[in-house]
Ligand binder design. Structure first.
Ligand SMILES: [Zn+2]
Length: 411
C-alpha cells in the first residue's frame, strides 16, 4: 500500500534535531521520500493519507535483547523449565505480536531454548505469523551449570566452545551470545565471577569473527567485562561492574571504559529492569550487597560516566525476564532519559540508529531515510515534551504495512 504520513514533528533517529511539519512517503515496503510538507510532491492521489497534526513520527524501535519464549514475570524461570517446546513456541508467537504493536519493528533474541527462536524467525520471514524483523543468537554459550545452561549449549574446553559457536552458526544464528559471567536467572551461577578463561573467550570470539558473526557478551562482574573487552567482543550486555568480592560492591574500571569507547564496543545496559524490579520487590537479593542492583543510583552514575567518555549505548529490555514484559520496551527509553539524564533525542538514537548499527542492519533500517525499510511509528503527542507518549504508540508501520492505526491493532 502507498502511504503518506504527515506529522508535526519528525525525529529521524540520527540524533539530529527534529524536523517540523514533515512528511514520509511509503511505497513497496520502502521510504521513497521524506521532507518538509512545504515541499510535498504533487500527484499523491493514490496515497493513503495518515495525518498527525500534533504527532511525532519516529523510526520503529529496536529491542536488542529478548528471550522470546519467557513470560516476563516472576514465573519466568519455572515456566521455561517446565513448559513444553510447543508451549514455548506459542508464547513466542504472542510475544512477537505484542512487541510489534508496541512499536518494536526489529528484535534480537539473545537466547532461547533449543531451536525455538529459529522457527519463530522463519515463521515471520515466511509470513506465517506477524512480528518484527528478527535476529537470533539461538542458544547462548555457557559453562556446565553456568548462566542459562538450560537453554541447551554448555561448553568447557576449546574443542567444545568452537563446536558450540559453529553449531549456532550452522543453525542460522545472526550473532553469538556468550555468557561471560553468571547471572541472576540461574541459581548458583555467580554473576560476580567470570565463567570462561580469557583464552576460551578469545577462542570463541576469534572463531565467530572468522565466520563473520558478531559476539554479544553477557557480563555482570568486572572480571567478565575485562575478559570480554580483551577478547574483542562486539557488544557488552548488562555491564554491571560488580566486584568479584560480594562485600566490595562495584568495581568500576575507568581504564576499561576508555578501551570500550576506543574499540567502539556497543553497550546494552538493560537499564530498565533494575528500576522496575525495585518498584516491584525492593527487598529482593539483587538489591542486597553483592547483588547486581545493590545500589542503583551508583549504577546510573557509572552509566552516565560511560556515556560522557564516549561509549555507544544500545537499547535492550531483556524482555522475557522478570519485569521485562513484551510490549514494554518503552521503559528502556524512559528510564534512560529519567535516570541517566540522556536527552529524548539521544535516547531515541540509542533505541534506533545505534541499535541498528550494532546489529549490522543500519543500511536497511534504524533511521528514517529515503531508500530504507518503512519501519516507523507515530505518537499522537510531542515526544520531546511528553516522552511518556511512547507508552501508547498510536500507529505502527512495519516494512510498509500498517499494523496498528489510531491505537487499533490491524493484525
Ligand atoms: Zn538476557
Amino acid at each position: 500500500m502507498d502511504v503518506l504520513i504527515k506529522g508535526a514533528k519528525l525525529i529521524d533517529g540520527t540524533g539530529d534535531s527534529p524536523s517540523l511539519n514533515s512528511f514520509v512517503l511509503v511505497r513497496d515496503k520502502k521510504i521513497i521520500d521524506i521532507g518538509s510538507q512545504k515541499k510535498l510532491p504533487k500527484h499523491l492521489e493514490k496515497f493513503r493519507v495518515l495525518d498527525f497534526p500534533n504527532g511525532t513520527i519516529l523510526p520503529g524501535l529496536i529491542e536488542t535483547h529478548s528471550h522470546m519464549h519467557c513470560t516476563g514475570n516472576k514465573e519466568s524461570l519455572e515456566r521455561m523449565l517446565l513448559d513444553s517446546e510447543e508451549t514455548l513456541i506459542m508464547r513466542s508467537v504472542k510475544a512477537m505480536r505484542e512487541s510489534l504493536l508496541s512499536g518494536v519493528t526489529t528484535m534480537r533474541d539473545l537466547g532461547s531454548r533449543n531451536r525455538v527462536a529459529f522457527s519463530i524467525k522463519e515463521a515471520i520471514v515466511n509470513g506465517i505469523i506477524d512480528g518484527p524483523r528478527i535476529l537470533v543468537a539461538g542458544t547462548p554459550i555457557t559453562t556446565t551449570a553456568g548462566h542459562c545452561y538450560f537453554f541447551g549449549t554448555e561448553a568447557n574446553s576449546q574443542e567444545e566452545i568452537l563446536h558450540a559457536v559453529r553449531r549456532q552458526v550452522k543453525l542460522g544464528a545472526d550473532c553469538i551470545k556468550i555468557m561471560s559471567t553468571g547471572g541472576n536467572f540461574t541459581p548458583r551461577s555467580n554473576p560476580r565471577r567470570a565463567q570462561f578463561s580469557l583464552q576460551l573467550l578469545q577462542d570463541a570470539v576469534d572463531d565467530a569473527h572468522r565466520l563473520e558473526v558478531p559476539v554479544a557478551s553477557h557480563c555482570h562482574g568486572t572480571e567478565g567485562i575485562v575478559n570480554s573487552v580483551s577478547a574483542g567482543v562486539d557488544n557488552l550486555i548488562h555491564c554491571s561492574w560488580i566486584s568479584s568480592n560480594p562485600s566490595e560492591g562495584y568495581d568500576y574500571r575507568e581504564d576499561v571504559v576508555d578501551e570500550i569507547a576506543d574499540k567502539g564496543i556497543f553497550v546494552d545496559p538493560t537499564i530498565a529492569l533494575g528500576h522496575l524490579r525495585q518498584i516491584d520487590d525492593p527487598e529482593a537479593d539483587v538489591f542486597q550487597p553483592g547483588g547486581v542492583f545493590y545500589d542503583l543510583d551508583a549504577r546510573y552514575e557509572m552509566l552516565r560516566d560511560m556515556w560522557e567518555k564516549g561509549v555507544r549505548f544500545i537499547s535492550g529490555l531483556d524482555a522475557g525476564m522478570y519485569m521485562g514484559e513484551f510490549g514494554t520496551h518503552y521503559n528502556s527509553v524512559l528510564v534512560m532519559i529519567e535516570k541517566m539524564g540522556v536527552s529524548p533525542i539521544d535516547a531515541i538514537k540509542c533505541v534506533t540508529k545505534n541499535s541498528a548499527e550494532c546489529l549490522g542492519i543500519l543500511q536497511e533500517t534504524g533511521t528514517l531515510e529515503k531508500g530504507k525499510s518503512a519501519d516507523l511509528i507515530v505518537l499522537s503527542d510531542d515526544f520531546e515534551k511528553n516522552p511518556d507518549s511512547l507508552q501508547k504508540v498510536d500507529t505502527v508501520i512495519n516494512k510498509g504495512e500498517i499494523v496498528k492505526e489510531n491505537q487499533i491493532p490491524l493484525i
